[in-house]
Design a protein around this ligand. Structure first.
Ligand SMILES: Cc1ncc(COP(=O)(O)O)c(C=O)c1O
Length: 365
């Protein structure tokens, strides 16, 4: 199966339920659109609307990072941010380290850009194995390392502070860029971890994020803070996109400024925690031995099934039954994790969802 086919939407989809926070967001955007006068004839500045960057900087400050607005550039999502980061730092043929298992969208980008990949093992609880990364640096001339320190997909792992500090030291010693994918950072319901930028004294972290996972995938709104590569990144955004839509940025900035986002996020985090618990409770009734992560943030958990289960085959069988899962092999280039699965708890719990999940063990033979 191709990586682009990967998504995990089980039956019982909830496309018609619109949370109150999203209704409020839509109103903010409509108001911003109504306020627009001559803007439609002009491009916004390439780095994006200052009022939105100001709001993003205020949220960054709550996570240990005093960002200035001219250190931030608005993008059309985290995927574009990751793309700009890799373009700014790497030339074709360069070697990039990624965590394994890790986000398949990064693997697609590396393939597209003609970059070589070195996979670094990542623990399901504490994320990137920085000791293993240090050893890999003895053998490979690595240009950049892409990492999700907070609630990584697919496991939901978060790196402890000492590992983050060690990673930054290695970046400085070996002259690397660390590309931080923080898309799940604000989803945490027990703690919201600091960004990696909070300990980035040598300014070697390129921070990438978006609102796709905590607010709306359809906004296509993200940001990047490029550290010492920031000017090149803004130039790349200019040449590839010119500018972002001004009224959407202003509508989102207003939603942040009037407290709508913070209130929405409080409710959403509680909902995610509930849905994670519902999923774990159901997995506890499966008649097969499994190991599941229990993350305190993110939208998914990682499931290790008995060795003999091939989750690509399981994917195909489940698809015939109308159930879509994400097989583990997608999260690595090296054919590992064939008995693993990522299961999402992003969607509200429904009976159809529970029934679909209960059918999976019967398809594992
Ligand atoms: C870890 C991770 N990074 C980046 C992205 C891309 O996000 P966006 O929709 O903001 O482009 C995703 C989307 O699935 C993701 O899971």
């Amino acid at each position: 199966m191709s990586r682009s086919a990967a998504f995990d939407l089980l039956p019982g989809s909830d496309k018609n339920d619109v949370p109150a926070g999203i209704v409020q967001l839509n109103r903010s955007i409509s108001r911003a659109l109504r306020r627009q006068r001559g803007d439609f004839q002009y491009y916004d500045e390439p780095a994006g609307d200052p009022s939105l960057r100001q709001q993003i900087a205020l949220r960054a400050a709550k996570r240990g990072w005093q960002a200035e607005i001219d250190e931030l550039c608005i993008t059309s999502g985290c995927q574009q941010s990751l793309f700009l980061a890799l373009m700014a730092v790497c030339q074709q043929g360069d070697v990039v380290a990624v965590e394994a298992p890790g986000f398949y969208g990064v693997l697609q980008l590396l393939e597209q850009l003609g970059l070589q990949v070195v996979e670094i093992p990542a623990s399901a609880e504490t994320g990137l194995d920085v000791g293993a990364f240090e050893q890999t640096l003895q053998r490979w001339d690595i240009k950049a390392c892409v990492v999700s320190p907070s609630f990584a997909t697919p496991t939901g792992a978060s790196m402890p502070l000492h590992a983050r500090v060690h990673l930054i030291e290695l970046a400085e010693r070996h002259d690397l860029a660390i590309i931080e994918d923080d898309i799940y950072g604000e989803s945490g319901w027990l703690v919201v971890p600091d960004t990696l930028k909070a300990v980035d004294h040598p300014n070697r972290v390129i921070h990438c994020s978006s609102l796709s996972k905590v607010l709306s995938r359809d906004l296509r709104l993200g940001w990047i803070s490029g550290g010492r590569w920031h000017d090149d990144i803004v130039r790349l955004k200019l040449t590839s996109q010119l500018a972002s839509s001004r009224f959407i940025q202003r509508g989102v900035a207003d939603f942040f400024a009037d407290g709508g986002y913070a209130a929405y996020l409080r409710r959403y985090r509680q909902q995610l925690q509930r849905q994670r618990d519902q999923l774990l409770d159901l997995l506890g009734t499966w008649p097969v031995p499994i190991r599941a992560t229990s993350p305190a943030g993110g939208l998914a958990l990682w499931l290790e099934l008995p060795e003999h289960v091939d989750t690509i085959k399981l994917y195909n069988r489940a698809l015939e039954e109308g159930v879509v899962i994400t097989p583990g092999e997608l999260f690595s280039m090296s054919g590992k994790f064939s008995n693993c699965l990522r299961l999402s708890f992003a969607h509200p719990w429904t009976r159809a969802r529970a029934e679909a999940l209960m059918r999976l063990p019967g398809l594992m033979a």
